[in-house]
Design a binder for this molecule. Structure first.
Ligand code: ZN
Length: 169
């Protein structure tokens, strides 16, 4: 058995997840080997206590989503529902499906997690949404930019679009 240099096999045995056998659905299995990968994941080789079939399971650490720093400096939790409301309004009567919106929000959350920071500016979130919307639908993208970035005239809107076009190059 390969032992994790950090926990010496102690923590990962405490947090071992009980798993049903995928062959016979029996509720208990024996772990016969545990190994760690470089991403912090744990692979366990298991054997069913009833049918004796062997299988592997993989446990992956869940990344935390950073806190969002609002424009007034207050911090808040990343709020999927709130983000979804804003995106739905921008996509009203546009050919963008509920699945597209759901996928976009998922992508934004994953990208925020990958930053590996405790907190990020709401501007980062807005930029990720805008970039995603641009791929989905140009009109929804412009609507979102107008509201989210509080663009109050055509010049501000043009500057914003230019900025995003430059970033994309
Ligand atoms: Zn079994």
């Amino acid at each position: 058995m390969d032992e994790n240099p950090i926990c010496g096999g102690y923590i990962c045995s405490i947090f071992e997840v009980k798993m049903r056998c995928p062959y016979c659905q029996y509720h208990d299995t024996k772990v016969i080997d545990t190994s760690h990968d470089s991403h912090g994941g744990i692979r366990r080789r298991r054997e069913c206590l009833r049918c004796k079939q062997r299988f592997s399971s993989y446990e992956r650490p869940l990344l935390a989503t950073p806190l969002i720093i609002k424009q007034d400096g207050a911090r808040e939790e990343f709020d999927r529902q709130k983000l979804e409301r804003g995106i739905r309004i921008a996509c009203a009567k546009r050919p963008v499906s509920a699945e597209d919106i759901e996928r976009l929000i998922g992508q934004v959350e994953v990208e925020l997690q990958r930053l590996g920071k405790a907190e990020v500016s709401s501007r980062v979130v807005g930029d990720l949404v805008i970039k995603g919307l641009k791929e989905l639908d140009q009109i929804a993208y412009i609507r979102y930019a107008i509201v989210y970035l509080r663009l109050d005239d055509l010049y501000a809107l043009r500057n914003e679009i230019d900025r995003l076009l430059l970033e994309k190059k």
